[in-house]
Design a protein around this ligand. Structure first.
Ligand code: SF4
Length: 587
């Protein structure tokens, strides 16, 4: 029983990839997707628990759906991902509007659960049981019949994977790869879960222990993506550089090599991999294999790196592989050793800086047009953070010279060690002030890093039209609709923009009649028509090898064909946020 699905994704790239896989799986079963939740029979939220803010958004969306469901009782609502795992049955009790919940470790079961929920709802509707009693504020409380929660199962992966047969691996392996489903760029998962247990983080609790996918599966997925026209692949893992697969210990179930639990990470000394050459595929080996065996991937990236145990072997492979991007996202989280220890990060500020210096010594070659860029994460207002700790973090930002840094105010997450043991004692106004100060420092550094590109020519992967252009398009669409409503009638050549699973933007010229809503079928997409698009240039957004944003103008007629391509842009001005330039040719 298939319906029209709206899927909204919150949080990290891992969630975006999960949504993409779920979308492919449901599409193959006949489900259609709509970018408008109001048009959907099924509303799914793929949630994130890392920060409180994302969860609050989901609660608010569910509240709105509860009101809608009072008059649309056939609606099926599902919560996927980390929030489903963390909240478990409590979420359904608080929000009876939710029909099904599926944690990240059980996503392979979604199609069966969804089909079941749709059938249950249809049969309850048929015999009139679904309307239930009028609840508070006149909102009907739905019967809980048919509610299904699959959560609390991340521990499944701590049992022998081979015995269970890893169905999540099948979800990755069954990925639908079609030239129409991407905008030249894709994520590929190499590990799931995390063994680090940083005291503030829910990920090890919601996604479970670290599991590494067989290298053959990863390389094959990259090949299939390249065959379908993908030119940029980002390898994903919570601690991506810890990837390793021991071939001697591999187990197959039904002919399928199973993912492997992460083992204790050993190095013979600080920078040498103890396993290298011992029938083990290390992260360095995996990068090298993809680079050599999939030449169609013109840009190979990876996130997120853990600052400890990042060996020279990986740096050497990056240096020797022109298609591996010289970009590292390596969260530091704090400039204070005391706080790093309380966070259980396992390194000191000195060790973090030693790694950055080593990486730059290997990879920063601006004179050859191959600079290394680095991005970081910082948590501000962690329990007990003093002014001295805060000043140490400011100093770290000046020293690290990130091209950008994701700065987050600490929020205590239930289920974590910090939530249980540490008082969230930095007042909100102090967190806000420190956050602002760190942003100011980082903005200055980002502006300086950007300015180094002034007058240079860079190659950049075109992701889509810029945000500014999207806003303009939206305004034009409203105007066009208003004109149509007033009887003028518009059937114009328009730029239809749809955000892909990863949040990139894809544009294609389309003949739009009416509001153009049917032209877009990618989940979570926006459909926008710009009746005036042929009148002037379109501002495009692209990314350098080092992940800097590049903005440049293109002819409206060329814009759609450029997306997913690599172009050369001469940089004419810079800001902290972006490089601005003019196109100088194809990359
Ligand atoms: S390394 Fe730490 S912060 Fe990152 S996912 Fe693992 S536990 Fe969370």
């Amino acid at each position: 029983m298939a319906g029209k699905v709206y899927l909204e994704t919150f949080g990290c790239q891992m969630n975006e990839l999960d949504s993409e896989l779920v979308t492919g799986q449901l599409r193959a079963l006949g489900y259609r997707f709509t970018p408008d939740a109001h048009q959907a029979d099924v509303v799914l939220y793929n949630t994130c628990s890392v920060r409180e803010h994302a969860e609050q958004k989901v609660w608010s969306r569910l509240g709105e759906l509860a009101i809608r469901k009072a008059t649309d009782p056939g609606l099926v609502v599902g919560v996927l991902g980390c929030m489903a795992e963390r909240e478990g049955g409590a979420l359904m009790k608080r929000m009876p509007v939710v029909d099904l919940m599926v944690g990240p470790a059980e996503l392979d079961k979604l199609p069966a659960l969804l089909d079941n929920a749709l059938r249950t709802r249809a049969s309850l509707l048929a015999d009139g049981r679904v309307l239930g009693e009028a609840g508070e504020g006149g909102v009907r409380r739905l019967t809980s019949a048919g509610q299904v929660a699959l959560a609390g199962s991340s521990s499944r992966r701590s049992s022998t994977l081979a015995a269970a047969g890893d169905q999540l691996e099948m979800l990755d392996l069954s990925r639908a790869v079609s030239p129409d489903d991407h905008s030249g760029s894709a994520y590929v998962r190499i590990t799931r879960g995390c063994n680090k247990f940083c005291t503030y983080c829910v990920v090890p609790h919601t996604r479970g222990a670290e599991v590494h996918r067989p290298p053959e599966h990863i390389v094959d997925e990259c090949k299939r993506l390249a065959d379908a026209g993908v030119v940029e692949v980002t390898l994903l893992g919570q601690t991506v550089n810890h990837y390793r697969f021991e071939h001697g210990a591999q187990v197959s179930v039904g002919g399928v090599v199973q993912p492997q639990k992460g083992r204790v990470y050993k190095r013979t000394d600080e920078h040498t991999d103890a396993y290298a050459g011992q029938n083990v595929t290390t992260f360095a080996g995996l990068l090298r294999r993809i680079h050599e065996e999939v030449p169609g991937i013109l840009r190979l990236r990876f996130v997120t790196s853990y600052p400890r145990s990042f060996g020279n072997d990986v740096l050497e492979v990056i240096r020797a592989s022109p298609r591996v991007c010289r970009y590292l996202h390596v969260p530091a989280q704090s400039g204070s050793d005391r706080l790093l220890s309380m966070m259980n990060r396992g390194y000191s500020v000195g060790e973090y800086l030693e790694f950055l210096d080593r990486a730059r010594a290997f990879l920063h070659e601006p004179e050859l047009g191959r600079p290394l860029t680095v991005a970081g994460d910082i948590i501000v207002g962690f329990p007990s953070e003093t002014e001295a700790d805060h000043e140490a973090t400011k100093a770290l930002l000046l020293r690290t010279r990130y091209k950008n840094c994701f700065i987050f105010k600490y929020s205590s997450r239930p289920g974590t060690v910090a939530h249980e043991k540490l008082a969230d004692d930095v007042p909100e106004d102090v967190k806000r002030r420190r956050n602002g100060e760190l942003l100011e420092v980082q903005n200055r550094v980002s502006a300086e890093v950007s300015a180094e590109y002034l007058g240079r020519e860079v190659t950049a992967f075109v992701q889509g039209v810029s945000r500014r252009e999207q806003k303009k398009t939206k305004r034009a669409e409203s105007l066009a609709k208003a004109v149509a409503v007033n009887g003028a009638g518009i059937g114009a050549v328009a730029l239809t923009i749809s955000a892909s699973a990863r949040g990139d933007v894809r544009a294609r010229a389309a003949e739009v009649a009416g509001d153009g809503a049917d032209a877009c079928s990618v989940h979570g997409a926006h459909t926008e028509a710009d009746a005036g698009v042929s009148a002037g240039p379109v501002q495009m957004s692209a990314r350098t090898d080092g992940d800097l944003i590049v903005l440049f103008d293109a002819h409206a007629g060329d814009a759609a064909g450029m997306i997913g391509q690599i172009v050369r842009v001469r940089i004419e001005s810079t800001t902290a946020l972006a490089l601005h330039g003019a196109m100088a040719g194809q990359g």
